[in-house]
Design a protein around this ligand. Structure first.
Ligand code: NDP
Ligand code: BG6
Length: 508
């Protein structure tokens, strides 16, 4: 992999959690891999008061705490943090951007580099358009003497209207090609591997359609609760936080047509076509096709766990969903009639993200017995944490007769001793430096994804009779979600059992 050209990275919101936990450790890893530009500097911006040495110490601590590099050696950390400085800046004050500009000009000169700047918005989303506007006013967004790239964190709006408005405002200041919207799931190796699994293996692609696939299931489960993000989460919920972005991007990559090349827009056009083909869930069908839940208190491995409504920053009467499961169809030639099921939730029994392709059964059950009547071949693409691919198929049990047993062919990335999986942020930051936008969400993808979730948002907002189910923390969510799956006796794939002892499944 080649080194990116020299540049300066400016981070707005540099005093925050994302910078400390993800961005700086990812940059440090790039440094260790020798994938940072030869001449490189970071300017952290925020209202908080830090001197340069104080900020460097904070960043050093965060590398030690969160870096994926095993035992980072102190000398390399010290060397790396020397490239970081801090500027007190209020996002809403234009004069502060003039000051930033002066510093950038001076730093560009002293580093003897071309004025290539990347601006990372790691602030609350309400600040994105203000920052873009001020950068523009201060003459920092125009690309005449080097590139100017803007990295934006999710959420990209709150609904279809605000998502469109944000895009409209950004486009007044910068061109779409300068915007990199981070969906960190696209930075995960195994999400990208979906493309390779599908389009590099002659054995899967011929089967990848309605003729051979019975249903597709995508799960993204987390065992943690909302932790200290209750304030943000309570105004978001699982539909906005996970479905509108990460889950629908995974649907796109699973269902897309082969792109004509690996060029960024070629791949994004195919994902967009899938999103455009999603059959909207009509508001009247929301209660039948969408199940929402919220975790309630329980005991997990002897430890009492708070219900969502008792988390910090969450309203006691909150009806925000911490779990959502949706059944939908993709109206196109490849997928006509194949149900897609997606679910995501917090405080489920384990952390797992996986895509499960359920193939159709053989047309005639030569070996039919009760025990195998319900099984069919499954391809499980494990996105995390145990990255790999599992194929389930039937085999004859040795011995008399034809006893059939389901067995696994199981590949784990961890078995490849020489393979290191880079963190999503490491990959995405590198790509922005290289100017490769393949793994970033484009304006039309974001808006089309909002279009799909909009009727669900509206139905929930307007109809209080639509149930929200309580599920005990540590369980797989409302059991009624099993009823979404079409077919007698079929359920979701459960990678492990419920953990919770007590707690009630109830209607909230
Ligand atoms: P934090 O609240 O920890 O940090 C944001 C920083 O923004 C603050 O430190 C604050 O610094 C600055 N800020 C500027 N203006 C305001 C304002 N008006 N109100 C509050 N803070 C302000 O957030 P995170 O770092 O967790 O998240 C940053 C962005 O990244 C958010 O959009 C979030 O949704 C997104 N994100 C975060 C993830 C994470 O793991 N943390 C994961 C995925 C997305 P100061 O007071 O010094 O100006
Ligand atoms: C973030 C969501 O985008 O993704 C969080 O805001 C969620 O609520 C996180 O916990 C999950 O990411 P990962 O990489 O841990 O699966």
């Amino acid at each position: 992999m080649e080194k990116p050209g020299n540049l300066i990275l400016v981070i707005f919101g540099a005093s925050g959690d994302l910078t400390a936990r993800k961005l700086i450790p990812a940059l440090f890893s790039l440094k260790i891999q020798k994938l940072l530009p030869e001449r490189f500097a970071v300017i952290g911006c925020g209202r908080s008061v830090f001197s340069d040495p104080e900020f460097r110490t904070k960043m050093k601590e965060s590398i030690i705490a969160f870096s994926e590099e095993k035992d980072p050696d102190e000398k390399s950390v010290d060397e790396f943090v020397e490239s970081i400085s801090y500027l007190m800046l209020n996002n809403e004050k234009l004069p502060d951007y003039h000051k930033l500009r002066e510093i950038l000009v001076e730093r560009t000169k002293s580093m003897s580099i071309v004025a290539n700047y990347i601006f990372y918005m790691a602030t609350p989303p309400s600040m994105y358009s203000v920052i873009a506007e001020n950068l523009h006013e201060a003459g920092l967004s125009v690309q005449h003497d080097g590139f100017r790239r803007l990295i934006i964190e999710k959420p990209f709006g709150y609904d279809l209207e605000s998502g469109r408005e944000l895009n409209r405002k950004l486009h007044e200041m910068v061109d779409e090609s300068q915007i990199y919207r981070i969906d960190h799931y696209l930075g995960k190796e195994t999400v990208q591997n979906l493309l390779v699994t599908r389009f590099s293996n002659g054995i899967f692609e011929p089967l990848w359609n309605r003729n051979y696939i019975h249903r597709v299931e995508i799960t993204s489960a987390e065992s943690i609760g909302v932790e200290d993000r209750g304030g943000y989460y309570d105004s978001s919920g699982a539909l906005r936080d996970m479905v509108q972005n990460h889950m629908l991007q995974m649907v796109g990559l699973t269902a897309m047509e082969p792109p004509s090349s690996l060029e960024s827009n070629s791949i994004r056009n195919e994902v967009l076509k899938v999103l455009q083909s999603l059959q909207p869930v009509r508001e009247a069908d929301v209660p039948k096709q969408v199940i929402r839940g919220q975790y309630t208190g329980s005991t997990i491995k002897g430890e009492c766990v708070n219900g969502y409504r008792y988390e910090k920053g969450v309203a006691r009467e909150s009806r925000t969903e911490t779990y959502v499961a949706i059944k939908f169809y993709i109206n196109n030639w490849r997928w006509g009639g194949v149900p897609f099921y997606i679910r995501t939730g917090k405080r489920l029994p384990t952390r797992v993200t996986e895509v499960v392709i359920h193939f159709k059964k053989t047309p005639h059950h030569l070996f039919q017995r009760d025990s195998i009547a319900r099984t069919s071949n499954q391809l499980v693409i494990r996105i995390q944490p145990d990255e790999g691919i599992l194929l389930k198929f039937d085999m004859k049990e040795p011995g008399a007769g034809f006893n059939v047993k389901s067995v696994n062919m199981d590949f784990h990335y961890r078995d490849l001793a020489d393979i290191r999986l880079p963190s999503a942020y490491e990959r995405l930051l590198y790509d922005v430096m290289m100017g490769d936008s393949t793994l970033f969400s484009r304006d039309d993808e974001v808006e089309t994804a909002w279009k799909f979730v909009e009727p669900i948002q509206k139905a929930w907002a307007q109809n209080n009779d639509i149930k929200i189910y309580g599920y005990p923390a540590g369980t797989w969510g409302p059991s009624v979600a099993d009823e979404l799956i079409e077919g007698c006796g079929l359920t979701w794939r459960y990678p492990c059992k419920n953990l919770a002892g007590d707690g009630d499944y109830c209607e909230l």
